[in-house]
Design a protein. Structure first.
Length: 300
C-alpha cells in the first residue's frame, strides 16, 4: 500500500465562470470541479471529489501557515492560534509539526516516507536554525529527520522540482533537463514505488491566483491536468491511493486578489479512496484519514 499526496496550493472550488475560474476552461477533465454544496461525489477517471472545509471554524480568510500545518498534522492550527496565519509557520506551529508531521508519523510506523521536491544548492548552505524557519513542508521534513532531494536527484530522475517542468531552474541558469508534465509524472510514479507515503508540493497555482492573471492561471491548470492524467495512468491504482488537496481557495476566483473562504478541492483515486472519502470533511481530517488507511493496510 502506498499513498501519493499531491499538495496544490490555493486551489478551491469555484463557479462555472471561465472568466473567473480557470478550472472552468474547456478541455479539462480532472480539475473541472465546482462547489456543489454537497459531500463527496464521483469524479473523473473513477475518482471522488470531496469538498473540504478550509476555514477551520475561525473568522477571516484561511492562510497558508495554519492551513498547511493543519493539513499535514491533523491539528486545527487556526483554532490553536485563534487566527489564521499567513506565510511560514511560527514557533507554535513548528512545535506542532515537530510532534505531528505526517512524514514523521508515517516513519514512526516503520514505513517509508519522503518529500519528493528538489531543493536548490543554496538551501544546503543555510544554517539549521534558518531551515527551521522556512516553509511548512520543509519543517515537516526536518521534523521527520528525512533527507532532502538535490539537483543531482533531478538529473537521476528520482525527484522533481516544485514547477515539475524545471522552467524556473533553467531561467536561473541551472543546467537541468526540461521536463514535459508527462515525464515529471512518470518520475513521480516510478519513485513512489520505493515509499509507502510520498508528498509533492505545487504552489504556482497560488502565485497565479494572487496575480489575477487568467492566462497564466489557465496555463498552470492545464499543465497540472496533464501531470495528473499521466500519474493516474502510470501509478498502480490497485496498490496506490492518489490524493490531491489544498490549503485554501484562491485560484478558483480571479475576481479577487486574496484567498477565498471556498471549500478546497480534494480528489481521490485508487486503493482506499472509498474509505478515505468518508473520513474527510475539513483540512484537519486529511492526515488522520491517510494514517488510518496506512495502518489498516500495514496490519492486514
Amino acid at each position: 500500500m502506498r499513498v501519493i499526496l499531491i499538495f496544490v496550493d490555493g486551489l478551491g472550488l469555484g463557479t462555472r465562470d471561465p472568466q473567473r475560474n480557470p478550472c472552468a476552461q474547456k478541455g479539462l477533465e480532472l480539475l473541472t470541479c465546482f462547489e456543489n454544496g454537497k459531500g463527496s461525489t464521483p469524479a473523473a477517471r473513477g475518482g471522488f471529489l470531496v469538498p473540504t472545509e478550509a476555514t477551520l471554524g475561525v473568522e477571516g480568510l484561511p492562510q497558508s501557515a495554519t492551513g498547511q500545518t493543519t493539513l499535514f498534522t491533523g491539528v486545527n492550527c487556526s483554532k490553536l492560534l485563534g487566527r489564521h496565519l499567513q506565510g511560514y509557520p511560527n514557533e507554535e506551529l513548528r512545535e506542532v509539526l515537530r510532534e505531528r508531521s505526517i512524514l514523521k508519523q508515517v516513519k514512526e510506523m516503520s514505513l517509508r516516507s519522503a518529500f519528493i521536491n528538489v531543493y536548490r544548492p543554496l538551501f544546503f548552505t543555510l544554517k539549521e536554525k534558518t531551515k527551521w524557519r522556512l516553509s511548512t513542508t520543509t519543517v515537516a521534513t526536518l521534523s521527520a529527520d528525512l533527507p532532502f532531494f538535490r539537483i543531482e536527484n533531478l538529473h537521476q530522475k528520482r525527484a522533481i522540482y516544485h514547477d515539475f517542468t524545471n522552467e524556473s531552474l533553467i531561467a536561473r541558469g541551472f543546467d537541468v533537463p526540461l521536463f514535459a508534465p508527462e515525464e515529471a509524472a512518470q518520475i513521480l510514479a516510478r519513485t513512489s514505488q520505493e515509499y509507502n507515503f510520498i508528498l509533492y508540493e505545487y504552489f504556482l497555482t497560488d502565485r497565479a491566483g494572487h496575480n489575477q492573471d487568467l492566462e497564466r492561471a489557465s496555463s498552470e491548470v492545464k499543465k497540472l491536468e496533464r501531470f495528473l492524467l499521466t500519474l493516474l495512468r502510470e501509478a498502480n491504482l490497485e496498490e496506490s491511493l492518489i490524493i490531491l488537496t489544498s490549503d485554501h481557495g484562491n485560484l478558483e476566483d480571479l475576481s479577487v486578489k486574496t484567498h477565498t473562504r471556498n471549500r478546497v478541492m480534494t480528489l481521490l483515486w485508487g486503493r482506499g479512496s472509498e474509505q478515505v472519502k468518508d473520513r474527510i470533511q475539513s483540512l484537519e481530517d486529511v492526515t488522520p484519514a491517510l494514517l488510518h488507511l496506512l495502518r489498516e493496510n500495514d496490519s492486514s
